[in-house]
Design a protein around this ligand. Sequence first.
Ligand code: FES
Length: 162
Amino acid sequence: MSAIIAIDDDRAMAAWVQDWTARHGARRDQLLPLLQAMQRHYGHIADHVVPTVARALNISRADVHGVVTFYHDLRRVPPGRHVVKLCRAESCQARGGAAIDRLAAQRLGVAMGATRDDGAVTLEPVYCLGLCAIGPNALVDGRPVARIDAAALERIAVEVGA
Ligand code: FES
């Protein structure tokens, strides 16, 4: 049964890649925009679609794999239902970011860079949100949250169902 789903997913993603390249161009310089669009559409970039993308843009699988694995924001597996990102750049770290990281991992029940087993939340680092003066900062499902402290973390945990 799962093999059938995988084939369907593969065909659907291949069709999506064909459609996208028909509209935006099948050139090497479209690799990153294509991957970003695919992630917006599917939530992640499955490993099995790498050869399809490589063929569509006439580049090597290694080229595609290299870009997918280089950029932190590109996901190879689906994220949790909620995504909490904590800023690990210098200003937020100077404002207690490391302690917030530890507290978040404990309260949300998931290690940094991982997704909880129940799929409720993914916890990830992010490197500067441009809100340095009011850190430590987070992104909760894409929404910036400033001045993260224990109380703010508790509100986030309740919001994401952790
Ligand atoms: S260092 Fe965290 S927002 Fe800039």
